[in-house]
Design a protein around this ligand. Structure first.
Ligand SMILES: [Mn+2]
Length: 485
C-alpha cells in the first residue's frame, strides 16, 4: 500500500515519471551562448536567465522568461512558470498574446496553429511541428522535431534584457498611480463625491451609446469594429485583480493610445467566496478605481450593470444583505449625497455591449424574441433587465434559464456573426478557475469571472478573435503604494 505521506507520494510520482516518461534521460546543457538545438532532447538550465529562441527558417526571435512577480518579496509557490512571447509585438503598445508554460505543460511550436501565429507571429511556412518545449519541474526540455534547419536558443545576458519584462511592468505601476491620483486607497469623501458626479455627467451622454426614445442613455454600447476589446468579469471587491490586469501585456498602453476598449461586465462590488461578506470598504475602493478609469478614458472604459450594482434588499449572500449594507456604508462613510449619486449611476449604466466581434452582458441572453430597439429602450422593459443581469443557463431546476437557441437569437438580432463569442460573467462554474469556454456545449459561449483569489481571467482581442488570458493575482496595490510619487 502506498503511504499517505505526501513526500513519499511525490518521490514515487517522480520515480515513475523518470522511469517511464520519454522525457527522462536527456542531456543537461548549460547554455552560455547561442546554441543550436540538437535532434535529441536536451534539458537547459534556464532559471537564471531569460532566453531568446530562433525558429528557423524565418529567423523569428521569441523570448522565454521565467515568470516573476512585481513584488520580489512575495514567496514563490512551487517550480517556475515561463512565459513565451514575441518581443516585437509584446512591447509595441498593442494588445498581443503569450503562452505560459506551467510545471508539466508542453507546447509544440509550428506554423500551422492559428493561435500561435496570432500570439507569436510565427510564419505560415514554419513546419507544423517544429519544436517541442516542456516545463519539467521548473526546468525546460527542448526537442527539435525537424532536423534541418535546427532551432537555436541563446541566453539574454545583458541586465537590460534580463529585467526587461519586469521593468516594463514596473513602469506601468507609476502610470496607474497617476491615473488614480496617488496611492491606492479610499478617496476622501469630498473627492469621491466630485468623482462620481463627473462620471454621472459622462454617462448622461455616454459615447457609443444610442439614446432611448425619451432621450435617456440607452441600454446598449455599440463599439466600433476596429476597437480592441479587453474584458473583465465580476470583480467582487478585488481591486488587486483589476490592477494585476492593468500591469500586464500592453493593456494600459493600448488604452492610453486609444486603440483598446476596457469592458467591465458588472458586479465589481460585494465580496464573494471565503472572505468577510459584510466588508464594504474594498467595494468602495473598487468603485473609486473604476470611476477614475472612466474619467481618464471616457470613450474607452465601459461598466455594465450587474445584479449586485444595487442597494436592493434582495442582494444577499450567505444570509448577509449586501445591498443594504452597501447603501448604509456609503451613507456612513461618504454621506447621503454620495449614496444618491451611486443610485443615479446605477440607473444610468448600460446593460449590453457588442461589436461585430462579440456580444456581452452581465448574466444571460434574453429568452424571448427581441429587437435591438427593445435593448436600447431597456428602461421600459424591467423583465428584460432582470433577465440580462440575473438569469442563468437552463437547468432541470431552472426551466426559465437561457439556452443555446437564446444565444443564437441574440446574436442574430444584433447582426453579429454566429462565430463571434457571447461572453458573460455572473455564474462561475467552479471555485478554482476564472474562465470557462464553450459552456454547456454552446460553441463560443464563455463565462468570465475575474474575482478568483489566485488567478484573474481576462478576455482580450488580438486581430479578429477574442482569447482567454490568465494572470496570477498579485498585491499590486501594495507594490504601487510602496513606490514614491
Ligand atoms: Mn452577478
Amino acid at each position: 500500500m502506498v503511504s499517505s505521506d505526501s513526500s513519499v507520494k511525490k518521490s514515487l510520482i517522480k520515480f515513475f515519471r523518470d522511469t517511464f516518461s520519454d522525457l527522462s534521460a536527456c542531456e543537461v546543457v548549460d547554455v552560455k551562448e547561442s546554441y543550436r538545438l540538437p535532434s535529441s532532447k536536451v534539458k537547459v538550465n534556464i532559471t537564471d536567465h531569460p532566453f531568446q529562441l530562433n525558429l528557423f527558417p524565418d529567423a523569428k526571435t521569441l523570448h522565454l522568461y521565467p515568470e516573476r512577480t512585481l513584488d520580489e518579496s512575495e514567496e514563490s509557490t512551487g517550480p517556475s512558470s515561463f512565459v513565451l512571447f514575441d518581443p516585437d509585438s509584446y512591447y509595441n503598445n498593442r494588445v498581443s498574446g503569450f503562452f505560459r508554460l506551467k510545471d508539466q505543460d508542453e507546447i509544440i511550436l509550428g506554423g500551422k496553429d492559428s493561435q500561435q501565429r496570432a500570439f507569436l507571429n510565427i510564419s505560415k511556412n514554419t513546419p507544423a511541428r517544429k519544436l517541442r518545449i516542456v516545463n519539467d519541474a521548473g526546468e525546460l526540455i527542448f526537442k527539435s522535431l525537424v532536423n534541418s534547419p535546427q532551432s537555436c536558443i541563446a541566453p539574454l545576458l545583458k541586465d537590460k534584457k534580463v529585467n526587461q519584462l519586469f521593468n516594463w511592468r514596473q513602469k506601468k505601476l507609476g502610470r496607474i498611480r497617476k491615473i488614480f491620483g496617488g496611492p491606492i486607497s479610499l478617496l476622501p469623501p469630498e473627492e469621491a463625491l466630485t468623482l462620481i458626479r463627473d462620471v454621472n455627467l459622462i454617462l448622461e451622454d455616454e459615447a457609443l451609446r444610442p439614446k432611448d426614445t425619451q432621450g435617456r442613455p440607452g441600454g446598449v454600447i455599440h463599439l466600433p469594429d476596429d476597437s480592441t476589446v479587453i474584458m473583465l468579469g465580476d470583480l467582487h471587491a478585488k481591486p488587486d485583480n483589476l490592477l494585476t490586469m492593468l500591469s500586464h501585456n500592453s493593456y494600459l498602453e493600448a488604452l492610453e493610445e486609444g486603440t483598446a476598449t476596457l469592458l467591465l461586465l458588472g458586479d465589481a462590488v460585494h465580496p464573494e467566496g471565503d472572505v468577510a461578506l459584510d466588508e464594504m470598504e474594498s467595494s468602495m475602493l473598487m468603485m473609486d478605481l473604476i470611476l477614475k478609469l472612466k474619467v481618464r478614458f471616457p470613450r474607452q472604459v465601459f461598466y455594465l450593470r450587474g445584479n449586485h450594482d444595487s442597494f436592493s434588499e434582495e442582494i444577499a449572500k450567505g444570509g448577509i444583505p449586501q445591498g443594504l449594507l452597501w447603501e448604509q456604508e456609503l451613507i456612513n462613510s461618504r454621506g447621503n449625497e454620495y449614496r444618491d449619486e451611486m443610485a443615479r449611476l446605477y440607473n444610468q449604466l448600460p446593460y449590453l455591449v457588442y461589436s461585430k466581434h462579440f456580444v456581452s452582458c452581465h448574466a444571460a441572453a434574453p429568452t424571448t424574441s427581441i429587437e435591438l430597439d427593445n435593448l436600447i429602450n431597456i428602461m421600459q422593459q424591467p423583465k428584460l433587465i432582470n433577465e440580462l443581469i440575473n438569469n442563468r443557463l437552463q437547468r432541470p431546476n431552472r426551466p426559465a434559464g437561457y439556452t443555446k437557441g437564446d444565444v443564437k437569437r441574440l446574436k442574430k438580432c444584433l447582426g453579429v456573426n454566429q462565430s463571434a463569442p457571447f461572453i458573460v460573467g455572473h455564474t462561475p462554474l467552479s471555485n478554482d478557475d476564472t474562465i470557462w469556454e464553450n459552456v454547456d456545449d454552446i460553441k463560443n459561449h464563455h463565462i468570465l469571472y475575474s474575482s478568483d483569489t489566485q488567478w484573474v481571467g481576462v478576455m482580450a482581442q488580438i486581430g479578429d478573435k477574442i482569447y482567454p488570458f490568465r494572470y496570477p493575482v498579485e498585491k499590486v496595490s501594495n507594490t504601487i503604494n510602496s513606490t514614491s510619487d
